[in-house]
Design a protein around this ligand. Structure first.
Ligand SMILES: CN1c2c(nc(N)[nH]c2=O)NC[C@@H]1CNc1ccc(C(=O)N[C@@H](CCC(=O)N[C@@H](CCC(=O)N[C@@H](CCC(=O)O)C(=O)O)C(=O)O)C(=O)O)cc1
Ligand SMILES: N[C@@H](CCS)C(=O)O
Ligand SMILES: [Zn+2]
Length: 768
């Protein structure tokens, strides 16, 4: 029996990669210094995995920005617009081209946009979307995978296993950039390059190669299935003497089982955390020669593995296949896991004993193998922890369970229908048409972050910290008034993150000091851990919202994160259904909304940025999710007066297939990301005749580029062609925390000017 790992966190225990990349981008270190940091991280990661006793250790799972972008570079899928970058940046050409594709290139007289970024399946990790043209050519461009294997081999010998995104998922996760072709048809041109890569790795000495095919666990068209079959048969015909492992994760194979088990490869990896039920069918259909890798240790969550449960799966597989055809592994790459629980010294020891981060997960894989070999002591120690968590008083709070069980439909319904509320709200706030606002956060500058770091280290008192945050808040309010925004925000300067901030204040959550996980590029998040029943011991945002509201006569939005987003961006309990945990959070946020209202706040925004991301990967499971997710939002917003205006905000919003559910949330105002799609997303709202007010983002906040007033007027005109103009708000796509002040100020000044022009040019009388 072998053990393997599919991928390891690459940011480094102290986020060295983030810091080095940002220094390289700022011109503070050179390429050789950047490469030194990268090499150290890789070598340490390999050593950790070897020390844990893992038999097949991934390499090429390291990436300076994103593994999908790495794949585009290996395959030479470089959009034409980057050609000038290559000719300009002679010295560090490949890495600078790579970063230009990820982040855009605005220097040397060039203004080249970045490639699109989107969520990696249902995770909070973002990948760079490959762009394909009808005549797309593929050729080996980057040598990274070969270089990385070569170093890994020196350190690990035969254990080094190169990892690459497989050809079919690579195509399916990309986008056609022109009309008249389907990207899946490119498979015939693409496969020869994969064959070349595999054969080169074999010549270098590789014995195993892992090809990630997460799309094999999704709903597939007939053509997609044929592409899988074609690709792997073509590869098998031209490649021999090397073992190929196809890795699936995040869902079960379901209707693709027959296809998957019959691919001509050496081994198939399946995720038994997300889809334990698939083992039965896979074992019943598996052909005689296929090895099976069992993903039994959860790569997406932080709980200690329940060995008894895992051993049931392993024993079943061993019984059918024999011990030599079974591999034990985490369910997916450990990229989504924090690195090491041992460095957390302030977590309650009872709860710490229930947790396993990446390093501990490797040990779990190795220990499962030892238990199979007869070391039953390890099993008993594990049983004690698992039992301890199951019965702990820290997890279960009867009053919270009862409150959730008593939720009725009335608890999820506003008192009056939207038209009545709208009238009362218009009277109360008396805003102009095309009211302007922002989404909540203003730049989290180094100064603000250092302030918080000093406060956390005890170098500043609470008074000193709060007084500095107050000053930043007041300055931003004065400035919002000066430029003429209609509805103000407090700026979120007091928040480290829109989820962690609430996790720190809610009971049933714990937060870590170093539990960073990559979100995109150099940006990381520190998801809190929900370990028990959730409640709100005291007000969370009232202090800052009332302070801010007291500084101005204009409406000030209260700013909360919604229950689904808090759930999605936390590590969640695996001992109860997600909807139960979400309802507990919803009740806590509901209480906060009422507290804000009682404190005189007339508008409350409840961000549900992650509601689309939470959508199950398989269509058959979506309706159930949407039902409880929408209801949870409605619980937070219900119980307030008709005159209180509830906003929600969503980014990453492909709404076409879920628009009726978005409407069912019944927020008085929704702000969404639309600018990059040139208002394309609004068609779903128009088609559905979305009844409530809406603020389609008029500028992209992911880039420092300052949009012109004219551009934004043009977008508003487009929006008014699709939706009643009297329902439209004017705002950016999302919060401005990642931006710097100069571009933020310039962009918002232009945005206010655009709204003023729209008021003159666009009639609000028309009924669409
Ligand atoms: C909207 N997005 C979010 C997602 N998930 C979340 N949980 N939160 C989100 O906002 N998913 C989708 C998107 C992803 N987008 C982003 C955008 C920006 C970031 C980001 O900026 N991350 C920061 C870390 C933010 C944070 O927690 N800051 C803390 C700690 C700051 C810190 O690093 N301190 C230093 C010391 C200070 C110093 O010297 O500068 C330290 O500890 O060493 C804070 O502000 O207190 C990042 O830097 O990556 C993430 C996702
Ligand atoms: N209120 C948050 C939403 C981000 S999705 C912000 O402005 O950053
Ligand atoms: Zn957003």
């Amino acid at each position: 029996m072998l053990t393997q790992n599919l991928g390891y966190p690459r940011i480094g225990g102290q986020r060295q990669l983030k810091k080095a990349c940002e220094q390289y981008w700022a011109g503070k270190i050179n390429l050789s210094e950047l490469n030194d940091v990268a090499r150290k991280i890789k070598e340490e990661n390999w050593q950790t995995q070897a020390d844990a006793g893992i038999d097949l250790i991934p390499c090429n799972d390291f990436s300076f920005y994103d593994q999908v972008l790495d794949t585009s570079l290996v395959l030479g899928v470089i959009p034409q617009r980057y050609a000038p970058v290559l000719s300009l940046v002679k010295t560090n050409s490949e890495i600078d081209l790579y970063f230009a594709m990820a982040r855009g290139y605005q220097k040397d007289g060039l203004d080249i946009t970045a490639m699109e970024m989107t969520k990696w399946l249902d995770t909070n990790y973002h990948y760079i979307v490959p762009e394909f043209t009808a005549k797309q050519e593929f050729r080996i461009f980057s040598e990274k995978i070969f270089a990385e294997y070569s170093i890994a081999k020196q350190q690990l010998g035969a254990k080094a296993k190169p990892v690459l995104l497989g050809p079919v998922s690579y195509l399916l996760l990309g986008k056609e950039k022109e009309e008249g072709f389907e990207r899946i048809d490119l498979v015939k041109n693409l496969v020869p390059v994969y064959i070349e890569i595999i054969n080169r790795l074999k010549q270098q000495g590789a014995t195993w190669i892992q090809l990630d095919e997460p799309c094999l666990a999704l709903d597939l068209s007939k053509k997609d299935k044929e592409a899988f079959d074609y690709a792997y048969r073509a590869i098998a015909n031209r490649v021999s003497g090397i073992k190929l492992l196809v890795a699936t994760y995040f869902e079960g194979l379901l209707d693709n089982t027959q296809l998957a088990v019959n691919l001509p490869v050496t081994a198939l990896h399946i995720d038994l955390i997300r889809a334990p039920e698939q083992l039965e069918e896979v074992l019943s259909l598996i052909p005689d020669n296929l090895q099976l890798s069992l993903g039994v240790v959860d790569g997406r969550n932080v709980w200690k593995n329940d060995y008894e449960k895992s051993l049931q799966h392993i024993s079943k597989a061993v019984e059918k296949l024999g011990i030599d055809r079974v591999i034990i592994a985490p369910s997916c790459s450990l990229l989504h896991s924090p690195i090491n629980i041992e460095v957390e010294t302030t977590i309650d020891p009872e709860i710490k004993d229930w947790l396993a981060f990446a390093e501990q997960k490797l040990n779990e894989v190795a220990e499962l193998k030892q238990i199979i070999a007869g070391n039953l002591k390890l099993l008993n120690a594990n049983k004690t922890s698992i039992e301890g968590r199951r019965a702990s008083q820290k997890v279960h709070k009867q009053t919270i369970k009862e409150r959730v069980a008593a939720i009725t439909e009335a608890d999820a319904t506003r008192s009056s229908a939207f038209p009545i509320r709208q009238q009362l709200q218009h009277k109360r706030f008396n805003l102009p048409s095309f009211p302007t606002t922002t989404i909540g956060s203003f730049p989290q500058t180094d100064d603000i972050r250092q302030l918080r770091a000093k406060f956390k280290k005890g170098e500043l008192t609470l008074e000193q910290y709060e007084s500095a945050i107050e000053q930043a808040t007041v300055e931003s309010i004065r400035w919002q008034e000066e430029i003429g925004l209609d509805v103000l925000v407090h700026g979120e300067f007091e928040r480290n993150d829109m989820v962690e901030y609430f996790g720190e204040q809610l009971d049933g959550f714990l937060f870590t000091k170093y539990g960073w996980v990559q979100s995109y590029g150099s940006r990381c998040v520190k998801p809190p851990v929900i370990y028990g029943d959730v409640s709100r011991p005291q007000n969370m945002t009232v202090r800052w919202s009332t302070f801010a509201a007291g500084q101005t006569d204009r409406p000030m939005k209260g700013m909360l994160t919604g229950p689904v987003t808090i759930l999605q961006w936390s590590f969640v309990r695996d001992d109860q259904p997600r909807d139960v945990t979400t309802n507990q959070i919803a009740l806590a946020i509901h209480d906060e909304v009422l507290a804000l209202e009682a404190a005189g706040i007339g508008m409350v925004q409840i961000d549900e940025a992650a509601i689309r991301e939470g959508l199950p990967l398989r269509k058959a499971k979506r309706l159930h999710y949407l039902d409880w997710a929408v209801k949870a939002f409605r619980i937070t917003a219900s119980g307030v007066k008709d005159e209180t205006q509830v906003h929600t905000h969503m980014c990453y919003s492909e709404f076409n297939d879920i628009i009726e559910h978005i409407a069912a949330m019944d927020a008085d105002v929704i702000t969404i990301e639309t600018s990059r799609s040139q208002m394309e997303l609004l068609h779903a709202f128009a088609h559905f005749e979305y009844p409530n007010e809406i603020g389609p983002g008029v500028y992209d906040i992911h880039s420092p580029r300052v949009p012109t007033t004219e551009e934004m007027v043009a977008l508003l005109t487009k929006a008014a062609d699709l939706l009643p103009a009297r329902h439209l708000w004017v705002n950016p796509d999302c919060g401005l925390k990642t931006r710097k002040w100069p571009e933020t100020k310039a962009a918002l000044e232009n945005m206010v000017a655009a709204a003023r022009q729209a008021r003159k040019q666009i009639s609000t009388e028309s009924v669409i």
